[in-house]
Design a protein around this ligand. Sequence first.
Ligand code: NAD
Length: 522
Amino acid sequence: MAQAKKAVSKQAKKQARAAAPRTTVETYHNYIGGEWVASASGEHFENINPADTRDVVGRFALSTVEDVARAVAAAQAAADGWKRLPAPRRAELLFRLGDILIRNKDAYAAAMTREMGKVLKETGGDVQEAIDCTFFTAGEGRRLHGFTTPAEMPDKFAMCVRQPVGLCGLITPWNFPMAIPSWKLIPALVCGNTVVIKPAEDTPLSTINLVKACEEAGIPKGVVNVVTGYGETAGRALVEHRNVRLISFTGSTETGRVIAASCADRNAICSLEMGGKNVIIVMDDADIDNAIEGTIWGAFGTSGQRCTASSRVVVHKKVYKKFTQSLVERARALRVGDGSDAQTDVGPVINAAAAHKIMGYIEIGQREDGATLACGGNRLAKGAHARGYFIEPTVFTNVAPDMRIAQEEIFGPVTAVIPTNSLEEAVEIANGVRYGLSAAIYTQDVNRAFRAMNDMYTGIFYVNSSTIGAEVHLPFGGTKATGNGHREAGTQVLDIFTEWKSIYVDYSGKLQRAQIDEVNFE
Ligand code: NAD
């Protein structure tokens, strides 16, 4: 499967290069120990605009095991100084970083749309999320609360403090190329860790922009390092490096499983944010127009390439016809095109392999007995769409809960509408997938809303709102195959990037044995 994906991708890149007009393409290096350096191999890979494959966004260092080792050594050399800098001082640099991100927001958003395709208002939102995360988390520099608690013996004091974990390897996906690196980087730094980041091969530029801003903010050399390149080489080298204490990964469940096994082998800490198959439940008392808005936004925003995308809609039979008719009408009216065009609603998908996979699922849906392709289903490849990876917003209706299109993560502009008879059945269907990231219910009945809120086994739940749109001060993550029990964002992320140390101070001047010596009333 991975081989086939690569072959499709390589062939597409070759065609793109052949057709490309000759323009100067900027070359970007790794950032190691405060210097921008070429990879040890001297080789590069190209970052292609998915809306126009002739447009080469940049050439990026194709990093090797050697580059990763250099980055890890730089992060190690910087670790002690950074850890000893008081947290409020570390945070001051992060507040400065936040100001730089604000200043460059539009430029970063434009670069992001060019490298990964989502429409400008969404890439602006991605940068804004990084800004929000920076300011919220930098505030922890003056908190990072531990706690005190009574000790069971007299003249004894007990407390718990947070300690930095150490050297962190951050591995990120392409769909939120500035927001997700910031979710990991900013808390790692405020907690006193040094980092090596390996961004997704499709979107290295947004991470490089974030790291350039760190450099401008004055974050000391070696504290933040970036190596660009492929997952199987650079990513794997980072995961396997014995001096990397923690791997924080966001990406597919398949990759996450490999990373978790590798971390287990060398007792490294591992936090995983992985795939989703999210669901909107629409009850018969719902505000249908509002539910349609939420479904269109959740299913087709970022061309359905969000981990929280609304890829299933479970609709009560009493409103099923009205809902599906209106959904199809709205989906057909969406304008698919280049994300940098203000008129575009839905941009391209990320690359040739993704387009191939999504079209494969559309074929599977058409073959599945009983499902109806209600709209979309085509690759757009003519006129303005000729040079990009464009797929029509696609709605399947009459989908059964056990069909593959209702079970597997498609990660494209495709949603499956499933009819239901009751709330109980809807919740059972909604929970009946291997993932557990985000779910939503549209209803005017507070009892139904609370019932679903209680019974859905997901990390995120919305009432009368779509499955997408998380805010940075609440914890983010999922259950089952979506995660391994950690949460990013909020203050909960501090539990990933610190370890607790319990401290006992005995000032009695004698040996006191917990659980053994008796303490009596005098
Ligand atoms: P992916 O798993 O293919 O790649 C993610 C990152 O892992 C990339 O940087 C890649 O280079 C690296 N990688 C790949 N193989 C590796 C290996 N063997 N060792 C180390 N690193 C390796 O995922 P993707 O296609 O970039 O992203 C899409 C997936 O991410 C979807 O499944 C989506 O649901 C998920 N995602 C989850 C969240 C979340 O918070 N739960 C957020 C965004 C995306």
